[in-house]
Every structure is written in C-alpha cells, then in structure tokens.
Write a protein of this length. Structure first.
Length: 511
C-alpha cells in the first residue's frame, strides 16, 4: 500500500506540474506554431529549401574537378549552403511574423487586439518566441548538410558554430524589426512603404552577415577562441544585438498598448536599466583596458537614442490618461519619480533631458578622473559633439511645441515631430543661404567664414573655429525656449499630481 500511495502521489505531482506548465505556455506561441506546422506554405518552404541545398551540393561536387585535392572545398560549400539557408530564413521568418501581426493590427481586427485579456507583452513575446522556434526548425533541418562540409576540409567546427550563431541572431533581429514595423499604427499606404523599408533592411542585414561570416571562415575562428580579444568582440557584438532586440521588443509592446495606457513605461524603464548596466560595463572595460573607447561607444549609442526620444516625447499626448493616474503611488516622492516614466509630452522631455545631462556628467567625471587613459580626445570630442547636437534638437522641439500650441492649433500633438523636422531643415538651410547672398561675389568666404552661417545646424560641432558661437547660440536659445514653455511645463507637473490624487480619492469613494 505504501508503494502504491507513493506512486499515486508521484502521478498526481506530475499531472499538477503538467497543468502548470500548460498554463505557463504563451497562448500566442501555441497559436502561431500550430498554424505554422499546419500551413502548407511552411512545409513547402522547408522541402524546397532542403531540395535546393541537395542540388547545390551535388552541382558543386560534380563540377569541381580537383575536389579531392582542394583544401577549401568545405569552406566554399559551407558558405553556399549557409547563404541559401540565411536567405530563406531572413525572407520567410520576418515576413511571416510581420505580415500576420500587421493583419491583426489592421483597422478590421484592431478591436480584437485591444479587448483580449492577453497582455501586450505576452503578445509580442509570443510572436518573437514563435519566430525563434521557426528559425530553430529551419536551422535544424539544414544542419546535417552544413555538418557534411566538415569532411570536405577547409572549415573547422568552432568556426561553423560561431557563424551559425551570428546567422541565428541576425534572423532573430530581422524578425523583431518586422514585428516592430507591423505594430506601427499607420494606414495601408504607409504599411506598404514600411514593408519596402523593412525588406531593404533585411537585404542590408543579409549582406553584412554574409560578409562577417565569410571573413570569420577565411581567417579561422578555431585558433582565436582561446584569445581574450576574440571573446571581447563576441561580447560586444552580443550586447549590441541584445540591446537592439530588447529595444524593439519594448517599443513593440508600447505600440500595441491602448492609448489610455502608460505606453512610455516599458521603453523608458528598459532604456534606463540598460543605460545603468551598460554604463557600469563601459566604465569597467575602460578601466581594465586603459582606454576610453568603451565609454565612447556607450555614450554615442545612448545619445543617438535620446535624439530620437526628443522627437518622440514632443509628439506624445499632453496629459496622461486617467488609468495611468490611478496607478500612481500616494507618496509625493514616488509620484515625482513616476512622473519621468509616465506617458506625456512634458514627462518625456523631462526624462530625456535628465538622461542626456546624466550621460554628459558621467563622461565628464570619467575623463577628469582618468586624463591619461587612451582615446581621451575621442571621448571628449564625441561627447561634446553629441551633447550639443541634442541641445539644438531640444531647442527645435520646444519651439515646435510652442508654435503648435499657439499658432498651429489645428495640428494634432502627434504631428509635432513633423513641425520639428521642418524647423530643423529651415534652421540648417536658411542661415547658409543668407551667407551665400552676403558673400555672393567673394570666392574665399567658403574657406574662411562659412562656419558662422552653419549656426542653426545641429551637426556642425566639428567646425572647431566656431564652437564657442554654436554653444553660445544653443545655450541662449535653450534659455528662451524653456522660458516660453515653462508655464506649460509647470502646469503639467501640478496637474499630474493634482489629478492623480483626485482620481485616487474618487476611486476610493466609488469603492
């Protein structure tokens, strides 16, 4: 009886674990994979891929006369098979994931997407995991043919593993890029244009991946695996791809959330966390390697992201939704911190400016503490260049917001970035045209005085002779822009706290 009871308890434990595991499975993954394996298109694509690889190997072996004496036949055949597999994967998997999500994101099915009880992050993660599983299936089907090339000589197993890992990550990044483009709330015409843009990105990714794979195979990775430099570059590439995939995931989750939700929270929280840990890794790497190059790469990457964040923030809604305000904590300090991570134009600008200032502050302290470390000039120059660029973009953004509120009132808030881009174009071109008119008959002005007339361009910090002018004009403009928008910004802060408290009190009374 004891043995039977133990067996019964063991069976019940297994059943409970199976039920829990079934609940843990993402329903989007189950749906996508079930439809994929039942689709004739997927099965046909796999069979055609395998047939093409068999034919490619057969043609190469029959047409190469000195196959028995060649020492690079395996490498050549591997690159042929890898190119075929990568082309099919980067064409099929991203398009399959993106087109299906774009159809679900269409105006016809948009209500179903918003009323479902599945969380937005579960939808995006489900789409991503389904794409990963399809990629694993394609790579697994092609793996026997790729392994066969080892016996033809000229390629080693470590190099094959590294190249396959690079190809897998490239396909994953392409799939997430198409998912992000499919989440954008645009019309059919813009969706077609985005599809063309995504296809161009996939072609660029395919060419760059093949070039990287070819270089690694011809140089041979096996002899370099034990070196520290090799693993450093592997770590940098992995972090780069991981950052891009994570950012696209956060953006996709934000895009499919309802307008009333706090869309900015996942994106800003993700960027803040990656900024902190990436900065710590960059500083440690700079200290260990005795060079400022890791810090240069870190601040340049995030300053570019913050430049796009300025355009995004200025185009957000003026007031957060009631559902966002109800979730705010009661503590005033926590509410102030939550202000930076809530949706809203003023909230986004406050977070972006804080991150830009913090990035410059970290770099300034670092080069002051370690002035004798290598690449000091690159760190100082790139940090100041990108910071002044963001200063000018911030001025253009505040000017565009002021114009939209007072004179261009018929234009919606979400189109503020268009006004900002137009102001950037005007501010960059008009002063230069004035300089042409002033020095119309002087052929030497281009060499001597043209830099003065580039003052409105955010990207001309490299003209060293006029840097003081660029910084002075940018600083003075920023003070004016902040002064004209200060009342608007303070009203948003006061309204954020007042509305959050009133909504909380109202909800408590209703309960």
């Amino acid at each position: 009886m004891t043995a039977e009871a133990e067996l019964s308890n063991s069976t019940q434990t297994k059943l409970k674990f199976a039920e829990r595991f079934d609940d843990w499975l993402n329903p989007i993954v189950v749906k996508e994979l079930r439809q994929a394996v039942q689709s004739r298109f997927v099965i046909t694509a796999l069979l055609v891929l395998l047939a093409i690889q068999i034919i490619a190997v057969a043609i190469y072996l029959m047409t190469t006369a000195d196959i028995s004496f060649s020492y690079d036949a395996g490498r050549t055949v591997f690159m042929i098979l890898f190119g075929i597999m990568l082309a099919v994967s980067m064409l099929f998997v991203p398009l399959y994931s993106g087109v299906r999500l774009a159809a679900e994101r269409s105006e016809t099915n948009l209500d179903l997407l918003f009323i479902t009880t599945i969380k937005p992050r579960s939808i995006i993660f489900g789409k991503m995991l389904a794409a990963v599983v399809l990629t694993v299936m394609i790579f697994s089907a092609c793996l026997p043919f790729l392994t066969f090339t080892y016996f033809l000589r000229g390629v080693d197993l470590p190099s094959m593993a590294v190249v396959l890992a690079i190809g897998f990550v490239s396909v994953t990044l392409s799939a997430q890029t198409m998912v992000f483009l499919a989440c954008l709330p645009v019309g059919r015409a813009f969706k077609f244009m985005l599809g063309v843009f995504g296809f161009i990105l996939m072609v660029i990714g395919y060419v760059s991946t093949m070039a990287t794979a070819g270089g690694m195979l011809w140089e041979g990775v096996g002899s370099k695996i034990g070196s520290m430099d090799f693993w450093q570059w592997v770590g940098i590439i992995a972090l780069n791809y991981g950052f891009q995939i994570g950012l696209l995931l956060a953006l996709s989750i934000a895009l499919i959330k309802p307008i009333s939700a706090n869309r900015a929270l996942p994106v800003r929280l993700y960027l803040t966390i990656v900024w902190i840990f990436g900065g710590i890794a960059a500083l440690l790497g700079s200290w260990v390697e005795a060079t400022h190059d890791p810090v240069v790469y870190w601040q340049a990457s995030f300053n570019i992201v913050f430049a796009f964040s300025i355009f995004t923030a200025i185009s957000e809604r003026d007031w957060p939704g009631a559902s966002v305000l109800r979730t705010l904590p009661e503590s005033s300090g926590k509410r102030l911190l939550r202000f930076f991570f809530s949706s809203g134009s003023a909230n986004g600008l406050a977070w972006t400016v804080s991150m830009i200032v913090a990035t410059y502050g970290v770099c300034w302290i670092w080069w002051r503490l370690f002035p004798n470390v290598g690449s000091l000039a690159e760190l100082v120059g790139s940090t100041r260049w990108l910071t002044v660029m963001n200063l000018y973009l911030f001025c253009y953004a505040l000017t565009a917001a002021f114009l939209r509120r007072h004179w261009l009132t018929r234009i919606g808030t979400k189109w503020t970035w268009v006004i900002c881009l137009m102001l950037v174009a005007i501010g960059s071109i008009v002063p230069f045209l004035i300089g042409l008119l002033v020095y119309l008959n002087d052929s030497d002005w281009w060499r001597e005085d043209y830099g003065i007339w580039m003052v409105g361009n955010p990207f001309v910090w490299d003209v060293a002779a006029h840097r003081s002018l660029y910084l002075s004009v940018g600083s003075f403009w920023a003070v004016l822009a902040i002064a004209f928008n200060l009342q608007w910004f303070l009203e948003r802060i006061r309204g954020f706290h007042a509305q959050s408290l009133s909504d909380k009190n109202q909800s408590e009374r209703l309960e």
